[in-house]
Design a protein around this ligand. Structure first.
Ligand SMILES: Nc1ncnc2c1ncn2[C@@H]1O[C@H](COP(=O)(O)OP(=O)(O)O)[C@@H](O)[C@H]1O
Ligand SMILES: CC(C)(COP(=O)(O)O)[C@@H](O)C(=O)NCCC(=O)O
Ligand SMILES: [K+]
Length: 306
């Protein structure tokens, strides 16, 4: 398996590599993981993850006002503009007929878009992309997945298990904070879901009359405090680190040799808080920002045609 991470990837070599292989365009794939806060993108050239980036959700209202052709044009541009910008390479200019992107897209090889989404409204919008495929749980080589399990959780677990080894526990510090674990037979043992750090703060700010919206502190806050803002930060941060520590310790009692990975938009802050509160626990945790794309890579390697 190709094991090249984005950390040791240099733009120069990647650009050369990318451009020189652009002729075999069928090797290009765009992976899109749709979370509840953001769109997470990964560009694959064959089995190699070249780049990842995040963008906002599309506006359902704005897209629904477009004609079918405009919608296709908009989706194609949304997907490929960041790639063209990064590599200073016009993907669609390789096509013969410079008309509407929707027409061009039918006549040339546009990178297929492979979706893994937990947000049905956003998934629906992307169905107007000319070459789109949605990953489903039944395509993943894992045991014991339950039908309503989030595809993001399953794909990330698969990716980490394959990349780092089984048993595996994944902590996803995203919109929701999830724990998802599997044993050495790639069988889901189970997990848990709680509101993520950002969601805990926003729900307190939005659902109470007296509490302000606050942001996550850069460092561990004081625990016992005499002002409202820091009291919220303290409650959320100490509550989350205690929960995370407790789930990890319990998991390690069940699977002492397990790998433990943390991913998601709040992973760095979570790790920082944990390092200050439970240093022994954090020593066992591996930061894996691209974990979900490791899962995509495995699906691509399983030989499913897109
Ligand atoms: N640029 C950013 N935009 C939005 N959220 C961000 C950003 N950087 C970090 N975050 C944090 O990431 C969290 C969401 O995590 P993410 O993994 O993007 O969620 P999801 O996969 O559910 O869309 C938010 O709670 C927020 O605190
Ligand atoms: C738990 C989730 C909301 C996490 O979503 P995220 O925070 O990554 O946007 C998502 O995986 C989901 O909708 N899951 C379905 C329920 C389950 O996994 O059991
Ligand atoms: K996520």
């Amino acid at each position: 398996m190709e094991n090249r991470s984005v950390e040791n990837f240099t733009p120069e070599t990647a650009t050369t590599n990318f451009k020189s292989r652009l002729n075999s365009k069928t090797e290009l794939k765009i992976a899109l993981a749709i979370g509840n806060s953001r769109l997470h993108w990964g560009l694959f050239l064959g089995p190699t993850l070249q780049e990842t980036w995040d963008t906002q959700h599309l506006s359902v209202d704005a897209v629904s006002q477009l004609s079918e052709d405009e919608k296709t044009e908009f989706l194609v541009q949304s997907a490929i503009a960041p790639i063209e910008q990064k590599y200073a390479q016009k993907l669609l200019s390789l096509c013969t007929n410079p008309e509407l992107a929707s027409r061009r897209a039918q006549q040339c090889v546009l990178p297929p878009l492979i979706l893994a989404s937990v947000v049905p409204e956003q998934t629906a919008l992307w169905q107007s992309y000319p070459h789109v495929h949605t990953i489903t749980l039944d395509q993943l080589p894992m045991e014991g997945l339950y039908p309503t399990l989030g595809i993001d959780r399953a794909l990330t677990l698969l990716g980490v298990g394959i990349q780092l080894g089984w048993p595996t526990l994944v902590i996803d510090a995203g919109t929701a904070l999830t724990f998802t674990g599997a044993d050495v037979n790639r069988r889901l043992v189970g997990g848990a879901i709680l509101p993520g750090l950002g969601l805990q703060l926003s729900s307190l700010g939005e659902k109470t009359a007296g509490l302000p919206l606050v942001t996550l502190p850069y460092n561990l806050p004081q625990r016992w405090v005499a002002d409202t803002e820091t009291a919220i930060k303290s409650g959320v941060v100490y509550g989350v680190v205690s929960a995370v520590n407790d789930f990890i310790q319990d998991w390690l009692r069940l699977f002492p040799n397990s790998k433990i990975a943390v991913t998601g938009g709040d992973r760095t802050l979570l790790l920082k808080y944990l390092a200050s509160t439970f240093p022994d626990t954090v020593a066992a945790v591996i930061e894996t920002p691209e974990a979900i794309f490791w899962g995509f890579r495995n699906v691509f390697q399983e030989g499913i045609e897109f």
